[in-house]
Structures are given as C-alpha cells and as structure tokens.
Write a protein that binds this ligand. Structure first.
Ligand SMILES: NC(=O)c1ccc[n+]([C@@H]2O[C@H](COP(=O)([O-])OP(=O)(O)OC[C@H]3O[C@@H](n4cnc5c(N)ncnc54)[C@H](O)[C@@H]3O)[C@@H](O)[C@H]2O)c1
Length: 474
C-alpha cells in the first residue's frame, strides 16, 4: 500500500470506531459500521470497463513465454498440442532453462523460438516484439503485475500464473492498464477447470443445489519438500515477509464462479484469523541452520482462514496452509438450499430427493440429504451433468496432462476464446477479486480480525452481467 493509502486506512478505522461508539442502537443496521475500507481509485477519464471484453479474432495465437522454472516449461509443452498457436519467444533469467525448453519444441517438430535470458529485464525485449499476441507469464510473484502491465502497454494480451498480483496497488494498476488498453488480462487459475469443480458448477447452474448459499475453498499443501527448489528462495521469502492468505486463488476461483461474483453478486467484506507459525520456522532451524530468533521472525501464519460475506447474503470460507503435515486439499464445498457438494477427501453429493430424477437414481426412495448419494448415483449424476468443456476436451486433456488435464483445458480455452473473439472465461476483475485476499486478509489480521471491505473492482458494474458462463461459438 502507498503511504496515502495507509494514512487513509487509519483515518477510516478511527472514523468507523467513532461511528460505532456514537451510533449505538440506530447504527447496528449500518453495513459500514466497524468496517475498514481501502482506497478505491476513480476510473481515469475516458476509460471504460472490460466486462465481457471481446477483441478481434486471431487465426493464429502467437505466444511469448516468460519464466521457465518448475511451472513454465509444462505450459510450453501444452501449447505444442493446441492447434492455431505459434510459440514465438522464450525467456528466463537462465539461458540453460531456455535451451532446455527449446528441446520441447524440437521434440514436437516445431521451429525453435527466439530466446531471451541473462538479465532481470530481458523479458521487456520479448514484450517489445511486434509478432506476439499473447505474453504468458510463469515467473515468481514479485514481478507479475509489472510484467503484465508492460506487456499490455506494448499491445499484447496477457495470461499470468497465480497469484497474478499481490497488493491492492498492483491490482488497481493491472485493472487500469487493461481498461486503458482494452487488452485481456487473464489469471491462469487452473483449478476452475478440474473435473469435479466444473461438473459441480454445471449442476449448480442447472439448479440442482437450489440456491447456493455458501462455498469453500483452500490451498492446503505441505511445501516442505519444495522450499529448496524455488528460484532465489522467492516463495519462502514472501511467506516470511507477509502475513495473510498469499495464495488464495485456487480456493477462490471455483467458489467465486459458483456464486456469480461480479455477475449478479459481489463480495462485500471479509474477516481473517490465523494461527502462529511453527512448522516453517522449525524447518528453517533444522534444515537451514537458522538461529531460532531469526527463524521465528516469520510473518505468515501456519493456518489462515478467511470468511467473506456477499451483497446477496452468501458466504465463502477460504483457507491457506503450506506447512502442516496434512494431505493435499482444496477443501472445495458448495452448499445450497437443496443440496451439497464436497470434493476432499472424498467426492460426494448430498441432495434432497426431489432434485434427482428417476433416470439417474436407481434407488430414489432411499435418497435424502442426510448422507451422500451412493457412488452409483454420483457417477450417473457426473455423467449427466458433465460440462460441455469436458465433453469436448476431456480425452485430449487427459492425454496431454498437466494436473490431470485441467492445465491443458485452461490453456486451450484461453486460445479458443482469443481465436474466436469471445470473452475469456476469467477476466481482470476475477483476477482482482481472487488476488485481493492477500492484502485484505493481512489488513484484517493486523487489526484483530476486523472486517475489511472488499472493493468493487468493477467500480459500479458488478451487477450488469447476470450469471457466470463460458462463451462458445454457436
Ligand atoms: N497453477 C498452478 O497449479 C501452479 C503450480 C505451480 C506454480 N504455480 C505458479 O507459477 C509461478 C512460477 O512458479 P514456479 O514453481 O515455476 O517457480 P520457479 O522459481 O521454479 O520458476 C520461476 C522462474 O521464473 C524465472 N524468472 C524470475 N524472474 C525472472 C525475470 N525477471 N525474467 C525472466 N525469468 C524470470 C526464474 O529464473 C525461474 O526459472 C508462480 O506464480 C507459482 O505460484 C502455479
């Protein structure tokens, strides 16, 4: 946050505290009571929003990739399987990573790409090229926003790994640049394409759960075995420095889509709470030989929980834990007035009997929402409600892979929409909302879990589009 933002924030806390004290009784209905607000910059004159943005069709999507560490080369490999794309340029700090990635193109029988490496700024030359339509970013979190902004200013669409922005200042700058340039800025959130999530979204959109009131998501993944592999230790350093849910998007994406966020509803406020950090400081002492005092100078809580309430009275619960010895989980749940979906550890649906027709349930009489439907019924439901995207892409996605296929579906959909001049599945406001938890949760935590307003990143237009949907050529 800028100094002005911080000052404004403290003034607002002070003001809302005063309001709370003086308006006892009548103030209890005031939705702004005790809520910390952050600065919402006015939309610059002459700029319009990018809701439902469509851009001219691209027969061939020409791509430049920045960041070829653990994640980047897999994206290059997936693009070799997407028709109508051309891999034009590759960039990483390290020349050997670029060279290794060129071998993916060799193996696919494709021409080698232009290479950029050797400096922190080499990526700018890639963005400056005039034969690239899309810049695909898979570097660490520190420069995502800067890279997206520069690429859009050079007339490119951008797709950026998660989280695509880390602070509210970065988020507003990315939004303003996307609105000014009318370019796509998509966050590469793959989890919204996973099989259970997309099938469940389809069921929800067909009304199977009644009115969806609550959704959950998380990133629970013990990274102990990975800490040593991040370039320059960026991920550990980030967690050491920042309190709050710094990696919320895997949980947020599917939850926000099922609740139509900025497509008929909006997030109003959040509160966060965390535990003290233990396992990572102990790892730093044990494995890296750090002094105890300095290891425990660690900002990020071991387990962070954030609860969000929406304009339409719905709730979202998001969790983050990259340190506890727990099985991987994204805690995905959807809870509605007529049914419930749960992904971890076991996938299951619970439904009121009236929500399931005879053709999918052989034992309709025993069906009720006190327990999960049988595996047989669940399987039949998952076939019946298989999303169109999966019907069309599942086979190819499983063959190409990438987290079981969802990564390929994400890349394919991005290219498909660019080729056909359709709105992308995820816009810059999704990016903003899902990434904003990093700073908003920190503000809540640093103020004794006080409620913090979630800004309306569309600046007034959250209700114009009704219902989340994927675009197709009809
Ligand atoms: N969606 C997912 O499932 C998923 C999975 C893993 C990682 N990620 C995300 O992908 C991103 C990359 O993660 P990673 O695990 O590959 O990290 P990494 O440290 O292995 O790789 C980052 C790469 O970026 C390069 N880089 C850094 N600064 C650069 C610069 N200025 N110019 C050019 N290259 C630069 C580094 O040299 C390194 O090769 C992160 O945002 C991470 O959160 C997402």
């Amino acid at each position: 946050m800028t100094k002005t933002n911080t000052l404004l924030l403290f003034l607002l806390i002070l003001l809302s505290a005063c309001n709370g004290g003086s308006s006892r009784g009548s103030g209890k209905d005031d939705p702004h009571r005790y809520v910390i607000k952050t600065d919402v910059p006015a939309r610059p004159a002459g700029q319009k929003d990018v809701l439902g943005l469509v851009t001219p069709r691209l027969d061939t999507v020409r791509v430049g990739f920045i960041g070829l560490g653990m994640r980047g080369p897999g994206a290059v490999q997936r693009f070799t399987h997407i028709p109508g794309t051309k891999i034009v340029a590759l960039c990483d700090l390290h020349a050997d990573r670029v060279e290794e990635t060129q071998t993916i193109l060799d193996k696919a029988g494709l021409p080698r790409a232009a290479d950029y490496s050797g400096s922190e700024e080499a990526w700018k030359k890639l963005c400056d090229r005039d034969d690239i339509d899309l810049v695909y970013i898979a570097t660490d979190w520190k420069r995502h926003a800067e890279m997206m902004i520069y690429a859009m200013e050079q007339g490119k669409h951008v797709a950026c790994e998660v989280p695509a922005a880390m602070t509210l200042d970065e988020i507003w700058s990315v939004i303003n640049t996307a609105e000014k340039t009318q370019k796509h800025a998509m966050q590469l959130e793959n989890c919204v394409y996973d099989y259970f999530e997309l099938t469940t979204l389809n069921m929800a959109q067909q009304g199977l759960f009644g009115e969806v009131l609550h959704a959950e998501g998380a990133y629970i993944h013990n990274l102990r075995d990975f800490w040593g592999y991040y370039e320059g230790d960026w991920r550990m350093q980030y967690n050491k420095e920042f309190r709050g849910d710094v990696y919320a998007t895997h949980g947020m994406g599917p939850a926000a889509q099922v609740l139509d966020i900025h497509r008929g509803d909006k997030m109003n406020l959040l509160v966060s709470m965390d535990t003290k950090p233990v396992n990572i400081p102990e790892y730093l002492i044990e494995v890296r030989g750090m002094e105890r005092d300095s290891a425990y100078q660690f900002a990020n809580g071991q387990h962070t929980m954030t609860m969000i309430r929406t304009e339409k009275g719905k709730t979202i619960h998001i969790q983050h834990d990259v340190a506890s010895p727990r099985p991987y989980s994204r805690m995905y749940q959807v809870s509605g007035t007529k049914g419930f979906a749960n992904k971890y550890p076991n996938q299951g649906y619970a439904l009121e009997a009236e929500m399931v027709d005879e053709s999918v349930t052989p034992d309709h009489e025993n069906l009720n929402s006190h327990s999960y439907v049988s595996d047989e019924v669940k399987d039949a439901l998952m076939v019946k409600y298989k999303h169109r995207i999966h019907r069309e892409l599942e086979e190819k996605a499983k063959e190409v892979g990438g987290h079981g296929g969802m990564d390929f579906i994400m890349d394919y959909r991005l290219v498909y929409c660019l080729q056909n001049g359709l709105p992308l599945d995820m816009d810059v406001y999704d990016l903003a909302e899902w990434c904003s938890l990093a700073e908003l949760s920190r503000i809540s935590l640093e103020n004794n879990s006080a409620p913090v307003e979630v800004p309306d990143f569309t600046r007034g237009n959250w209700n114009r589009i009704q219902g989340y949907k994927h675009a197709f050529v009809e």
